[in-house]
Design a protein around this ligand. Structure first.
Ligand code: PNS
Length: 165
């Protein structure tokens, strides 16, 4: 049984993330979508809200678990006895950071392989930050986020002042 972890802030999950989730779920026996709580990053949505969004949009994909962790990714990886870390790659600009993280994780734990999936066309230019900005200023996010969570994202973003995006 191959277990993969797809970690991220998911603040909030977008159609780009969902595409990676669906494709990774086909490649591995179990996929854990891990909401990372990292005090170095400020977020708009609480970990519980972020997990709830992911659960709602992945209902119907049987081999997915959604979890949350506030420690090092590699410690969680070992605790779950996982085989692979999955990351989505949008543009070459993602690559340097992701490459560095994959090497750090491999250095911390030799068996931690990172598998990169290329984003689909929409996912290539999409990010959670862009979605939040568009929503905050009243733009249409319906093509960028799963419809089940669109209204809750708009409501959540409006709680913020414009400095926290
Ligand atoms: O939203 P991101 O940047 O895709 O989140 C990915 C990651 C790994 C940075 C996130 O899972 C996280 O913050 N994890 C906790 C700290 C960690 O393990 N960082 C990687 C090694 S330095």
């Amino acid at each position: 049984m191959r277990t993969a972890i797809y970690p991220g802030s998911f603040d909030p999950v977008t159609c780009g993330h969902l595409d990676i989730i669906k494709r990774a779920a086909k490649l591995f026996d179990n996929l854990i979508v891990l909401v990372s709580v990292n005090p170095l990053k400020s977020t708009c949505f609480s970990p519980e809200e972020r997990m709830d969004f992911i659960c709602r949009v992945t209902k119907g994909i049987p081999n997915i678990q959604v979890d949350c962790d506030d420690g090092l990714l590699i410690d969680y990886f070992n605790k779950r006895n996982a085989d692979v870390i999955v990351k989505g790659l949008r543009a070459m600009s993602d690559f340097e950071y992701e490459f560095q993280m994959a090497l750090v994780n491999k250095d911390l734990c030799y068996k931690a392989e990172t598998v990169f999936l290329c984003a689909d066309v929409v996912g290539t230019f999409l990010s959670s930050s862009m979605v939040k900005q568009i929503a905050l200023f009243g733009g249409d996010i319906s093509s960028y986020v799963p419809h089940e969570i669109e209204t809750d994202i708009i409501k959540g973003v409006k709680r913020l002042n414009k400095g926290n995006i």
